[in-house]
Ligand binder design. Structure first.
Ligand code: RP5
Length: 161
């Protein structure tokens, strides 16, 4: 993808079913992104190398998803000053409460903007990234405005059976 602005990273391929909604949302807004599986625990060197190179590659926002002991977003935020948006994955054992709490409880000084568990968080992280990029990119602002207008019209026109 040419000149990606957003980096989407996730702890496992098993997160893709959820995180495809981040990618699809960015696709709909015409925002280029990188996507990659990176595990804070299983591939710590890759987590370091990918994140420290992110700003130099032109990325402006990182969206990081993980489940369980969900440390990927926090590790990314420790290694880059780019804004890091965290998406907690719904886990098998604790329904994602473990992911949410381990992602949101960052120490002061290293922020992660944490979204809700699962698909709504995945979509909203993309929309939030778009809102940040829209501050300095009129094309993205127009795309985001159109998305919201279409969403509103869909509700307004909804007919109950
Ligand atoms: C986390 O562990 C991943 O982000 C994933 O949500 C969870 C389970 O990973 P797998 O065992 O399915 O690879 O690191």
């Amino acid at each position: 993808m040419a000149n990606p602005l957003v980096g989407i990273i996730m702890g496992s391929i098993s997160d893709w079913e959820t995180m495809q909604h981040t990618a699809l949302t960015l696709d709909g807004l015409g925002i280029a992104y990188e996507k990659r599986v990176i595990s804070a625990h299983r591939s710590p060197q890759l987590a370091h190398d990918w994140t420290t190179g992110a700003a130099g590659r032109g990325l402006q926002v990182v969206i990081a998803a993980a489940g369980g002991a969900a440390h990927l977003a926090g590790v990314a935020a420790a290694l880059t000053a780019l804004p890091v948006l965290g998406v907690p994955m719904e886990s098998a054992s604790l329904k994602g409460m473990d992911s949410l709490l381990s992602m949101v409880q960052m120490p002061a000084g290293i922020p992660v903007a944490t979204f809700t568990i699962g698909k709504p968080g995945a979509i909203n992280a993309a929309l939030f990234a778009a809102a940040m990029l829209a501050l300095s990119d009129p094309k993205i602002k127009a795309a985001l405005d159109a998305y919201r207008t279409a969403q509103t019209e869909k509700v307004v026109k909804t007919q109950l059976p």
